[in-house]
Design a protein. Structure first.
Length: 455
């Protein structure tokens, strides 16, 4: 059976997209330049965490490899000989505020050189608005020697999925789609209709490009608001999560919850994409301020952990801190622009001795501990940076008994505190700030901190 679709780029978005197409009955050629990744995928191994209807992404991968619906290669030429549609998910890395277009434009050059009349190039990457007309379409035309919109079709349909739910959302969410011509739009919509049960919304290329970036920027702003509300709540000595729950009882209020920061490849990059799309003399201060607020969230958490340690007579310098979770958000093993990793770096810069454990992240950083027990052993403080589902079943009173007492705990959403209290630990009844937990086997009292600090 001849494949009809190639998915170019098999990362946290491209691989679930390819397998979602397979789930819908398509035969897909997956293309990636990373030879190691391709070898692993061919062997049925992936590090992308993406459960779908009770089945892991790795299981789905193996099933479609076995059925012949999915084939993986490093060769665009091999794919081009088999397909009539290329769906491109190659991303645009950001360093600071500088957007690196090179990987995607190199892909367009290589793909253009292989294009045949009648094929469709459908870009699903998040773009700097204006890139389709200024960069991508001209690059495809130059490399192919063909006329876009006449000899081949080209369209844009930004992905809008959340990592961890991509398999489901690729098949259910509405899709914004724009082609160079009406015929290009129609061709792209025919392909997308085979993937999603959601509604397809045709529009112009520029609106489609802007819509995705604006969606992400809006979330960046809303998360910054949540972090500012956290600061206000702390001054009033109230639980910010309860405050937000109460405010959200109003039908026109939908506040998000603060965490240790904002990470991943989408939301943190939105401001850079927007800023790169307008003249440098133009300013968008709201988006810029939101980005700065969210970037400093891990710094605030580190400062509060330092203050809590000092309350028990232990300055952060030289303190042993166990950080739990390294993914860019709860339930994710994606460490790209992860605030949890940033938080570890900040603690280390301030003199702490940091060990971190995340059961979903393969060994990569020198500070990673081989086990939860090794991470927590003799710790002066434990900080929950991101929560993984494996943490749900941990016997936290027993594990944290390996740490020192009193133990400072940063547990913003108070997932651990109730379990400790039920096991007889002395913990504050209600506090999302770093709190002091005392093991029932410890004889420590707050007076001891005064004595220790006076030495």
């Amino acid at each position: 059976m001849r494949a009809q679709i190639a998915v170019v780029g098999l990362g946290f978005i491209g691989l679930p997209l390819a397998l979602a197409l397979c789930e819908r009955g398509e035969r897909v050629v997956g293309v990636d330049v990373d030879e190691r990744k391709v070898r692993e995928l061919r062997a049925g191994v992936t590090h992308v965490m993406e459960p779908y209807r009770g089945e892991s992404l790795e299981s789905i991968l193996r099933r479609h490899l076995s059925s012949g619906r999915f084939y993986v290669t490093t060769s665009l030429a091999e794919a081009a000989a088999q397909v009539d549609t290329f769906i491109v998910t190659v991303g645009l890395p950001v360093a600071g505020d500088a957007v690196d277009k090179a990987p995607l434009l190199a892909c367009m050059r290589d793909l253009g050189a292989l294009l045949s009349p009648g094929q469709l190039v459908l870009i699903r990457s998040t773009l700097v608005p204006g890139m389709m007309e200024r960069d991508i379409i001209p690059r495809l035309a130059s490399a192919s020697g063909l006329v876009p919109g006449r000899d081949f079709h080209v369209a844009y349909a930004p992905e809008r999925v959340a990592e961890g739910r991509a398999m489901e959302e690729f098949q259910t969410l509405d899709v914004i789609v724009a082609g160079l011509t009406e015929a290009c739009t129609h061709r792209a919509m025919e392909v997308l209709a085979r993937l999603t049960d959601g509604q397809l919304h045709p529009t112009s290329l520029r609106v489609a490009e802007l819509s995705k970036v604006v969606e992400n920027a809006q979330r960046d702003v809303n998360i910054a608001l949540a972090h500012e509300l956290k600061a206000v709540a702390e001054q009033h000595e109230v639980d910010v999560y309860e405050l937000i729950r109460m405010a959200n009882t109003h039908p026109r209020v939908r506040l998000l919850e603060p965490n240790i920061g904002v990470g991943g490849f989408c939301i943190p990059n939105a401001y850079a994409y927007l800023a790169a799309s307008i003249p440098s003399e133009e300013h968008i201060p709201l988006f810029s301020l939101a980005r700065q607020i969210n970037l400093t969230a891990p710094h605030r958490a580190a400062r509060q952990l330092d203050e809590a340690l000092r309350r028990v007579g232990k300055p952060l310098v030289g303190a042993r801190v166990a950080v739990l979770g390294l993914g860019m958000k709860d339930g994710s093993n994606d460490i790209r622009q992860s605030p949890a990793v940033h938080f570890v770096d900040i603690l280390a810069e301030r003199g702490a001795i940091v060990a971190a454990f995340d059961p979903t992240v393969e060994p990569y950083f020198p500070f990673q501990a081989p086990s939860l027990a090794a991470c927590v052993a003799d710790a002066d403080a434990v900080a929950v940076a991101t929560w993984q589902t494996a943490f749900d079943d941990v016997a936290w009173p027993d594990v944290l008994a390996l740490a020192r007492s009193p133990l400072v705990i940063l547990d913003l959403k108070r997932r651990i505190a109730p379990r400790l209290a039920a096991a007889g630990w002395d913990v504050p009844a209600k506090d999302h700030l770093p709190y002091v937990a005392v093991s029932p086997r410890s004889a420590w009292s707050p007076h001891d901190a005064t004595v220790e600090m006076a030495k």
